[in-house]
Write a protein that binds this ligand. Structure first.
Ligand code: AMP
Length: 304
């Protein structure tokens, strides 16, 4: 199976208790594609960047097998820019700046070669764009996953709900699940969100792992306790990349596959947070991923 993903490819300014990084490479689409590329060799990325985005970064993605034909380059404009500051517990952050720049007039056009992809990963960006991508696909993908954030709930709730109504898996964090559903209990939030459309709800809880809700069943994956968390930016997107990368290797996709996919997602997220920007993700070896999967298995297996 092949993966089609759409998401921001961007610059970030990040401040954490461990330091600052300015104008580093970020963007939901960037993290998703990089993380998925370690688990699957066919990843197609749709996005938009300005003339300020380094061409070498796109070349590096191509070297990893990520197809960037679907990234539009607008030479006379700037790329999407986001600045955030993390609190001491690293689980919460403030957005200091969101400059849409090229994203403001993005009208995605899918290359024909992206039409047959089986997994559609709608990364965090304008819900209207997520909808436009779904509309352009002639054949419905086997699985569509959508990630979003409170920013879009605040300014575009109606179109976000329309986008959500068309997907199979929704991944959001616990606060966003509460905002979207109007319910504090995540169990009740899941019921409301299932009614909006998605059969699977994945609630990301930062250092407390992730929860999966599906047809009255629940599965919990921990986050790997790490000695050093330098920068949580992109953890949710790396999680989504790991999930889709694993699902792309499955012949059929059901509850069991999504459960395992969540572990792969958690593994990729655990690497992401170890360095600023994509510092760690770009250096991964197959062996690192195998060892970390085993660490998750050892940490969670027990006998009764
Ligand atoms: P995450 O930490 O998984 O939420 O992802 C952070 C990445 O998402 C950063 O690299 C940002 O460039 C990007 N980002 C931040 N805000 C937005 C937004 N409103 N829409 C799309 N991408 C965003």
């Amino acid at each position: 199976m092949s993966i089609l993903t759409v998401g921001t490819v961007a610059f970030d300014d990040i401040e954490t208790p461990f330091g600052r990084a300015e104008m580093v490479i970020g963007g939901a689409g960037t993290y998703i594609a990089w993380a998925a590329s370690y688990l699957h060799d066919s990843v197609n990325l749709v996005s938009i960047v300005g003339g300020d985005f380094p061409k070498e970064e796109l070349a590096m993605m191509n070297d990893r097998g990520i197809d960037t034909t679907g990234i539009e380059i607008v030479e006379d404009k700037n790329s999407f820019f986001w600045a955030g500051r993390y609190h001491d517990n690293m689980n919460s952050r403030d957005t200091l700046k969101t400059e849409l720049n090229v994203l403001a007039d993005f009208d995605p056009v899918l290359p024909d070669s992206y039409q047959d992809d089986d997994i559609l990963m709608l990364g965090n960006l304008t819900p209207e764009i997520q909808i436009k991508v779904m509309d352009q696909l002639v054949k419905k993908p086997k699985i569509t996953v959508l990630d979003t954030m409170n920013f879009w709930m605040d300014i575009a709730m109606d179109s976000l709900k329309e986008a959500i109504s068309r997907v199979d898996i929704l991944t959001i964090n616990d606060e966003e699940a509460r905002q979207l559903s109007g319910e504090y209990s995540l169990v009740n939030a899941a019921k409301v969100i299932h009614e909006l459309g998605p059969k699977y709800l994945i609630v990301k809880k930062g250092e407390h792992g992730a929860l999966l809700f599906h047809e009255g069943k629940m599965f919990a994956a921990p986050a790997l306790p790490l000695a050093l968390v330098k920068d949580p930016t992109g953890a949710g997107d790396s999680f989504a990349g790991g999930l889709c990368g694993y699902l792309a290797s499955c012949d059929t996709i059901g509850y069991e596959e999504v459960k395992t996919g969540i572990i792969y997602g958690s593994v990729m997220a655990s690497f992401c947070v170890e360095e600023f920007s994509l510092g760690r993700i770009k250096q991964l070896k197959e062996e690192d991923i195998k060892q970390r999967l085993q660490a998750f298995k050892d940490m969670t297996s027990f006998s009764i």
